[in-house]
Design a protein. Structure first.
Lengths: 114, 115
């Protein structure tokens, strides 16, 4: 069965510190993609970063990077130099080449303290 | 370029009624997916439409249905509403090509409350 696990329900981080949000996944497919989304209190899902299962390098997008460890089936999101505006829910999701739906983790609520 | 729009943004209905939600994708996008988000169940996939055809479906009862029009706009219908249908319904659009990387752009959601 395909599954995404986010073990941190909530995190408090001091502004300007780096933060790592954990994500592990389970799939028997060889070809798949991993996504991270941010959901502020307004409710809209904002795409942050993508990692393909065959990508050899970790994805980076500005302050966001994805620490992809395929053998361990983990895809952790790293936010460098956190800002107050980073406070939100963060979701890890997976999509297989053989299927078009996103499978979601339960999310991590990140709160940045000033 | 305009983003994904969903109407209405908020909706209050009573049990037994039916409701129709609308989603307009980004221009040029042919795929529209619908998700239900609740505090208890999290985010769950409802269905996806591509070029007016349902391409994939999640595990929801038949009361949940959808369709897509020739201009890629999509509607979702829920009949005989139950209290448990109260949720944020998110619509996402993408170009819809094959392969795992099809970035989905989300709309602001429709918050449905069933009384």
């Amino acid at each position: 069965a395909q599954k995404i696990t986010q073990t941190q329900p909530g995190m408090f981080v001091q502004e300007k510190e780096a933060v790592t949000l954990d994500c592990t996944y389970d799939t028997s497919d060889q070809s798949y993609g991993l996504f991270w989304y941010k959901q502020p209190s307004s409710g809209e899902m904002i795409f942050l970063i993508y990692q393909g299962s065959y990508d050899e390098q970790n994805a980076t997008e500005g302050r966001y990077s994805l620490n992809f460890q395929k053998a361990r089936k983990s895809a952790n999101l790293v936010i460098s130099a956190s800002q107050l505006g980073d406070s939100a829910m963060y979701f890890c999701a997976m999509r297989r080449d053989s299927n078009y739906q996103l499978i979601w983790g339960a999310g991590t609520k990140l709160i940045i303290k000033p | 370029k305009a983003g994904v729009t969903q109407t209405p943004r908020y909706l209050i209905k009573t049990r037994g009624q039916q409701v129709t939600l609308s989603c307009s994708p980004i221009s040029g996008h042919r795929s529209v997916s619908w998700y239900q988000q609740t505090p208890g169940q999290g985010l769950q996939f409802l269905f996806e439409y591509f070029s007016e055809t349902q391409r994939n479906k999640g595990n929801f009862p038949g009361r949940f249905s959808g369709r897509q029009f020739s201009n890629s706009r999509s509607e979702m219908n829920v009949s005989t509403l139950e209290l448990g249908d109260s949720a944020l319904y998110l619509c996402a659009s993408s170009r819809g090509g094959v392969g795992a990387y099809n970035e989905q752009f989300f709309g602001p959601g429709t918050r449905l409350t069933v009384l």
